[in-house]
Design a protein around this ligand. Structure first.
Ligand code: CTP
Length: 406
């Protein structure tokens, strides 16, 4: 993060949960205030076992909020007002318990009530034992919270206070600060009045009525981009192949199956200011899908499937002409020679920018919640760190808006 980053006048409500990482939150408060942020803190009962209200109050320069039913606190600032008067809520450490309560909508103490009552964005910085982080219940809760639009930073890998090793350590204060700065950005309506088309998900190419060729794309990155564009004020059409994730809020969704259908839907949605081809479009379809189910006929062996190349949607949209969007962005999903392949795709398809990502086995990118992307244009290459797909989306949208403005 740039040292000069300012958070002047930004109001942060920091909820400190009960974990050993709470001591890092004291440093976070200091760094936030150094950058001009106004910090109020809520300390849970468990959090109080790790840091004292006095240290939190001294560092924030504000009274610490601890109790849902505290009369003096309610008179000074009620819990609903507390939850709404901030620009951003940050939960650090976000314990397994706080995540579970937030995911289930439980409101039985001040912290969980604020999380349920707020109309502001919430950034979670989880910290817990590695087994707790990997427990199906936590995995479920985190997935739910991400779907609900909450933001996450970390946890990172490393040795834990309990002596075990793995993901579960709370991110360092500087990392949390970077995410706070990013989370405070995207509410700006940088794409107000703009039209954006996004393709997302895989395509399914039928072999016969019951079988198809597909790929592992989940649609998470494309859907997150559509959501971020809508949040930034754009009029968004999302053309999606078959996925099992929910529709993003505030977006018109067109559902398709095949690459041909996707092309037709994109053409019907044009014109647009920005086209973003995040779909993993199948390169080949079956030449002649069979009308009835192909049967296993004794002695005749497996059927031979003749493939034909699908239309290249990105290349078609990129073609110079009157209806071409001002900005055409493609993705490159690669398992090796990332930059080389991305550069050749940029030229071959004629788009303005390629967002390249390594989807090799072991990266967890395809179908996962995180992504490491490289931005490749004819005059620039930029590597971004490993980020949540939602965060990648928000940063991309800010970038695209900037490119449109040029
Ligand atoms: N794309 C497309 N239509 C296709 C194939 C790909 O619009 N028929 C778009 C994708 O949405 C993505 C970009 O092209 O934005 C690159 O997709 P990718 O699958 O990485 O590249 P391919 O064109 O399939 O090239 P290769 O098979 O050599 O990797």
């Amino acid at each position: 993060m740039e040292q000069g980053l300012t958070l002047e006048g930004k109001r942060i409500l920091l909820i400190i949960g009960g974990g050993i990482a709470a001591y890092k939150s004291l440093d976070l408060i200091r760094r936030l205030r150094e950058r001009g942020a106004i910090v109020r803190a809520v300390l849970t009962a468990a959090g109080k076992q790790f840091v004292t209200p006095l240290s939190v109050a001294s560092l924030t320069g504000n009274p610490v909020h601890e109790d849902l039913f505290c009369l003096t606190e309610e008179i000074e600032m009620g819990h609903i007002e507390l939850s709404r008067s901030a620009d951003l809520l940050v939960v650090a450490p976000a314990t397994a318990d706080l995540l579970a309560k937030a995911a289930a909508g439980i409101a039985n103490d001040l912290a969980s009530t604020i999380l349920l009552a707020t109309d502001k964005r919430v950034l979670m910085a989880p910290a817990m034992n590695v087994r707790m982080w990997h427990h199906p219940a936590t995995v479920r809760n985190v997935a739910q919270l991400r779907e609900d639009g909450l933001l996450f930073v970390g946890p990172s890998d490393g040795e834990m206070a309990c002596g075990e090793y793995g993901p579960g350590r709370m991110s360092e204060p500087m990392e949390i600060l970077t995410s706070i700065a990013a989370a405070l950005q995207p509410t700006s309506q940088v794409l107000a009045g703009r039209r954006v088309i996004v393709t997302s998900g895989p395509t399914h190419e039928p072999i016969d009525p019951v079988r198809y060729i597909a790929n592992r794309s989940s649609g998470r990155q494309g859907h997150a981009i559509a959501a971020a564009a809508a949040q930034a004020g754009a009029n968004v059409t999302l053309v999606t192949g078959p996925v099992s994730i929910p529709d993003p809020v505030g977006v018109s969704v067109v559902r398709v199956e095949t690459a041909k259908e996707m092309l037709a839907a994109v053409k019907a949605s044009l014109p647009a200011d920005i086209f973003i081809g995040a779909a993993a479009v199948a390169d080949w379809g079956i030449e002649d899908p069979v009308a009835g189910k192909i049967k296993k006929e004794r002695g005749s062996g497996p059927p031979v499937l003749a493939l034909v190349e699908n239309p290249d949607i990105l290349a078609e949209v990129s073609r110079p002409g009157e209806g071409r969007p001002s900005l055409v962005v493609g993705f490159a999903a690669e398992t090796g020679n990332l930059i080389g392949h991305a550069l050749s795709k940029l030229q071959r398809k004629g788009c303005d920018l390629i967002v390249a990502n390594d989807v090799g086995p072991g990266t967890g990118v395809m179908g996962g919640s995180k992504n490491t992307v490289h931005l490749i244009s004819s005059d620039q290459q930029e590597a971004w760190p490993l980020l949540d797909k939602g965060e990648v989306a928000r940063r991309l949208i800010q970038r695209f808006a900037g490119m449109l403005g040029k």
